[in-house]
Ligand binder design. Sequence first.
Ligand code: PLP
Length: 455
Amino acid sequence: PRAPYVDPEAGAAVKAADRAHVFHSWSAQGLIDPLAVAGAEGAYFWDYDGNRYLDFTSGLVFTNIGYQHPVVVAAIQEQAGKLATFAPAFAIEARSEAARLIAARTPGDLDKIFFTNGGAEAVENAVRMARVHTGRTKVLSAYRSYHGATSTAINLTGDPRRWASDTGSAGVVRFWAPFLYRSPFYATTEAEECARALQHLEDTLAFEGPSTVAAVVLETIPGTAGIMPPPPGYLAGVREICDRYGIVFVLDEVMAGFGRTGAWFAADHDGVVPDLMTFAKGVNSGYVPLGGVAINAEIAATFETRPYPGGLTYSGHPLACAAAVATLGVMEDEKTVENAAHLGEHVLGPGLRELAGRHPSVGEVRGLGAFWALELVRDRETREPLVPYNATGEANAPMAAFGAACRKNGLWPFINMNRTHVVPACTLTEAEAKEGLAVLDEALFVADEHTVEGV
Ligand code: PLP
């Protein structure tokens, strides 16, 4: 169907079956009320009741080229007609071509691609490769991170969502990565934050025993935890520390990769090349589940004569790989990466900073490309968040009211704790960006009412 679409009865049937039988991620099943979605196109989706929404979440930050791109839809249909599925141990055209195109875009010598079905599996396998390659077991990851919800990935994740299921898995050690706005190191400048964060990693390694550490795993730019670009020099510093101790440096680009930041990969901004890079989401805009690990020459060499102890039934699924080949083609043809960079520099960045100037609820604006966060606060002086961490019910009312105000005016916002992330399709037009900024402006007045300046 095309928007506006009105068929409330059909919507009610979809919703009723969902509530009866679908068990949703991250949710208290009895407390949720998922919107029934009838269709989507480009940067928009719509329900069965005539409402259309500008999607400032791009799904879960994955529809980098927007919904229902005709070229990608056609490529999936064509692949389905030709060879819909095949086992991973064979060489097939869609898989070989996807791997070739991905390797051509990843930095340095990250030229071998292990395919997975998503981000968490990519992280699981990157850790396994690092452990086998080094013969060491410990893995270091950062607080304020998200790496997925499978066993090792959730333990690497440094956000409160892991609390309920964390087994405190043996071998995972967390440290603090830089974040100047809420500095774990009481720093007041980027240079100070960078230097102290690197010293803290050195100290952590000294006490853990560097020769026992297989890998340091970082999101190049932590996404879910708040879109926090690291200070200049930090990633290069971690690279140097890893080199010194023979530790595998894993950069997780599941969210930040494939155009999101206005570069093919976020690591490109710093010119840093990790040993392993995980990806998913934007690689094919999520049209068919796909993720993977890009592997450098040295680690690939480990597995030249010795079998890799891992695999997946659907590794490099033909439909997913055909979607990746088509998506990468679309991104070249439509200059999607350049568009994301342009949006960040000339539309979203300036527009969001302008909102921050006028709304006391905006404590900080951070980001680049089509990857931005607004840190909403009760008090700009003390930086007290607009709602406490993990707030629910009444305690979360200010963020809930902000979200409702966005949706009422046709914008679907990404909300995580006290933040809203502006993470639309990288193909967003200037006009669409301005439409979204205008709705955010309105909704921020609702948030302002809950600040010390507003009351
Ligand atoms: N790593 C990062 C940086 C992510 O943002 C995510 C998902 O948001 C994951 C890993 C997990 O990916 P998936 O949900 O596809 O397993």
